[in-house]
Each structure stands twice: as C-alpha cells, then as structure tokens.
Design a protein around this ligand. Structure first.
Ligand SMILES: [Zn+2]
Length: 146
C-alpha cells in the first residue's frame, strides 16, 4: 500500500484539560446528541434536505448542516451553572439535571447564522408558553447582559 508520510501523525502531546472542562465538554456532547438524535429533529431536518445540502427554513439559505438552536437561552450557560452547583455529584446526576432543563426549552432547526439569532432572541413570549421560562435566576441575570 502506498503511504504518504506527510499524512502519518506519530503521537500527540495533548495538554491535559482540567476536570471541569472535561465534565462540561462531555455534558455538552451528550446534550447535542440528545437533540440531534431525537426523531422529531431528524424528521424536520430531512424535510429541509436538498441533495447534499440543507435549506434553512428560516432564512432560506443553503448550508452544509442544520443545527438545533435553543431559543432565547444559552445552553452552555445553564450547563455551567449546573456544573458549578453540582460539581461533587456524578456526571449522570448532572446530565439528568441538564435533561430536565432541556425539556423546558424550545429549539429551532436552523442554519449556523440563524442559530446565533435564535439564542439571543428576546421576545420569548411570542414563541414560548410561560411555563417554559428558564428557572435559574443566575442565568437570567447573565442573559440580560447580552
Ligand atoms: Zn438560517
């Protein structure tokens, strides 16, 4: 077999990330998989697929991928909050708390550009029923800074 030596990478010198970073990354990955593997999300995405590309249902632009945007909330921030409050518990426990929060959010299937807009979307009352408002006051304080 012909081998191009310039594409062989021998060994890595990764810096060891701190435990909090690893926990956050793992929880974020689990959350993204949870949304992207959900049958409703998958089916909605399918309806936007045209050949090898997707058409964003909001801005109508063509893109390589569609995302699941949290509407009016920054999911990374509520993961941060839950880690800060429950760092001494198991990752399973933290994941279940994040699941609980995920169940209160609404997501939009959209392109990367629209994703940022949906996350910052302030007029939640036009999209979300009142019971779906975020419960952590820490998060809401920070949300108003953005
Ligand atoms: Zn879009």
């Amino acid at each position: 077999m012909p081998v191009d030596e310039s594409f062989i990478i021998r060994g890595f010198q990764f810096k060891t990330p701190d435990n909090r970073q690893v926990t956050k990354r793992a929880l974020r990955e689990l959350q993204q998989k949870r949304f992207m593997n959900h049958s409703i999300v998958k089916n909605k995405k399918k309806t936007c697929k045209f050949g090898d590309v997707y058409k964003c249902p909001h801005c109508n632009s063509y893109c390589a991928r569609l995302t699941a945007a949290h509407i009016g909330v920054n999911a990374a921030k509520y993961i941060d909050y839950i880690i800060a409050q429950h760092i001494d518990t198991s990752i399973h426990h933290m994941n279940s708390l994040i699941c609980d929060e995920d169940c209160k959010t609404s997501i939009a299937i959209c392109c990367d550009t629209c994703n940022k807009k949906f996350e910052a979307y302030e007029n939640l009352k036009y999209i979300l029923p009142p019971k779906k408002r975020f419960k952590y006051s820490f998060y809401i304080e920070h949300q108003s800074d953005m």
